[in-house]
Design a protein around this ligand. Structure first.
Ligand SMILES: [Zn+2]
Length: 158
């Protein structure tokens, strides 16, 4: 795992925007020496929404010293994988082939699902958003509600 982390950490830092830098700064309080933020540009708005929603809800998000959220080919049918689950890092891979077929609401659902696995260590079925199979037709109201239930779940558990 350490070799993997080191390998990831020496990747060039790309696609940084002001908001991503804000997350990067916040991560620096964690006592790990490697500190990298590498998020695919197309995924950044979804990470920022997640971050803003959690902030607004008063939930402290600990991403860890390494935040890598990227498109990586995954096996057929798999939307994303949260490798950082149960680790003090955030490493999420998103299936680029399936991403290209998804609606904006699908993408919100998938990113919140993977981020909730990764940063809150949530398991499948713990709340609506953590169901392992994404509903076929998602509208904004459904996803907004799933996010609301996620926040309630996190607050209830804490
Ligand atoms: Zn999952």
């Amino acid at each position: 795992m350490y070799r993997l982390l080191l390998g990831l950490a020496i990747w060039a830092m790309i696609g940084l925007i002001t908001d991503i830098n804000r997350i990067s700064k916040r991560s620096s309080g964690v006592d790990m020496t490697i500190r990298t933020v590498d998020v695919s540009k197309e995924l950044q708005p979804y990470l920022m929404e997640f971050d803003r929603v959690m902030n607004d809800a008063g939930i402290d998000v600990k991403y860890g010293s390494l935040v890598v959220i990227k498109f990586v080919p995954l096996r057929t049918g798999l939307l994303g994988v949260a490798w950082g689950m149960n680790h003090d890092v955030t490493i999420i891979h998103i299936n680029p082939v399936l991403w290209a077929t998804m609606s904006h609401q699908d993408k919100r659902m998938v990113m919140f699902h993977e981020l909730a696995h990764d940063v809150f260590n949530l398991k499948h079925w713990s709340t609506l958003l953590m169901n392992p199979v994404k509903p076929q037709l998602l509208d904004k109201a459904f996803v907004d509600n799933a996010i609301k239930l996620l926040i309630k779940h996190i607050k209830d558990v804490r």
